[in-house]
Ligand binder design. Sequence first.
Ligand code: FAD
Length: 311
Amino acid sequence: MTVETVQVPAYRTFPVQVAQVQRLSPSFLRVTFTGPELDVFASNGFDQRIKVLLPLPGRGIVDCPAGDDWYGAWRALPPEQQMPIRTYTVRAARPELLEVDVDFVLHGATGPASAWAERAVVGDEVVLVGPNARFAGPTGGFEWHPPADASCLLLAGDETAVPAICAIVESLPEGQHARVLLEVPEAGDVLNVAAPRGVEITWLPRQPAAATIPAPRGQLLTAAVVAAVLELGDRLAPSPAAELADVDVDSEILWEVPDDTTARGSSGVYAWLAGEAGVVKGLRRHLVRDVGVDRRSVAFMGYWRAGRVSD
Ligand SMILES: Cc1cc2nc3c(=O)[nH]c(=O)nc-3n(C[C@H](O)[C@H](O)[C@H](O)COP(=O)(O)OP(=O)(O)OC[C@H]3O[C@@H](n4cnc5c(N)ncnc54)[C@H](O)[C@@H]3O)c2cc1C
C-alpha cells in the first residue's frame, strides 16, 4: 500500500469579502474581511504579516491563482493579469467568526492598496495570503521575538507600523515595562489602545493641530527613539560602536531582525522598530554605529519606501 504524504503549506490563499468598513481616524481605515475558509486562518497575533492581493480594474479577483504554488502561478501570468500584491498586518483575527481585521493607512490614491481602501465597501472581494492553521509547525511571518526575560521593551514606528505595534502591546502581560513611540500624520490619528499596566505610549503627530506646518516625516520619531535609547543608556549599548554595512533602501529591503534563537538582549532590553525605510535606516545607523546598541536586541524593518512602489 502506498501512503501519500500531503504537504500542507504554512501560508495559503484565502478568498475573502469586505464585511465591515470602519473609519478609525483621518488616516486609518479598519476593514473586516470574512470568508468561508477563514476558520483555518492561524491566529498568531503580534506583528503577523499577510499579503493582500487586490482586484484588477474590471476583472476583480478572477485571475487570482490558488493552490500551494499560488505565487509561482501568479508569476506565470501575463503582467496585465497579475493582481497587485501588498503586505499588511493582521490587526485582529477571529477564525471562529470567520473574520480578519486589517487597518489600512490612507495615503491617497497613489498606490493600489490605498486607492482600494479609500473606496472599499461591503461585499468587495480580495484575496489574503495568510498563515494556515492546518500547517503542523510554526507558520512564522512575525518578527516579535523578545527574550523571555526582557525587562524593558522599546517599540517604535510610523503609521504603517501602528497596527502591528498595537497588536503587540495588547498581548503584553500586566506589569511588563514597555516604551512605545508612534509617529502618525495628525493629532486625530491618536487611537485607543488597550495597553496593560506598565506600557507608556507616546503619540507623535506630525501635524499636532490644524493649520500648523507638519514636521518632516521621521523627525519626531527619530528624536524620540534617540532620547529613549539615551534613557536606557548602557542597558541597550553594551558594546563599542560597531561597523555597519550600508543598505541601499532604494534597491534593497531593510530587514534586520534577530530571530527567536538569537534575540538575547544582553541586558534584557529588546527593541522593535519599523516604518519608512529611510527613517529606519537612519535609526539603525545611529543606534548601531554611533551608540553601539547590541544588534541581537533590535529588529529594524523598512515597511515601505517613500517614492517607491512596494512591488
Ligand atoms: C510587514 C509589513 C506590514 C505592514 N503593515 C501595514 C499595515 O498594517 N497597514 C498599512 O497601512 N501599511 C502596512 N504596511 C505598509 C504597506 O505595505 C505600504 O505602505 C504599501 O506601500 C502600501 O501599498 P500601496 O499600494 O498603497 O502603495 P504603493 O503602490 O506601494 O506605493 C505608491 C506610492 O505611495 C507611497 N506610499 C506607500 N505607503 C505610504 C504611506 N503609508 N504613506 C505615504 N506614502 C506611501 C510610496 O512611496 C509610493 O510613492 C506594511 C508593510 C510591511 C512590510
